[in-house]
Design a protein. Sequence first.
Length: 148
Amino acid sequence: MEVNKVLWPTDFSSSAEKALPYVTDLTQKYQAEIHVLYVIEDIAHHESWYGEFDKARVDKLMERANKVANERLGQVCDKYLDGCPLYIKHVAVGDPAQEILKLIDEENVDMVVMASQGAKGNFRFGSVTEKVLKNSKVPVTTIPVDGD
């Protein structure tokens, strides 16, 4: 099996960080690219909370979320991934599972490495992980996060 591109989706949680040693080992062993993905929830499609937001306000909130996501991705990549041959940061807006699956196709990813649950998970597998596992065209390695 050739592994040229590895995707690590993150929600910036301690659960997601538990996949990092596996990601870095794989990329160092195969000299593969790391694609790091963070998905911003699209707030424009939510019911109003604390009053209505007009399009300008939603755009401003999404712009801020994008800026923060890019800063956080930069921090994660600088702190944890400097030993990897190449890492590419991605920020998307939408449903996390759908965006992960879309990036697999767009970047021709060979393998996904992700935590078995995210920041809000109380079950063995989070809903995002389950959707990716059931629908991915490439191998998905899930890293257990027991003990959180």
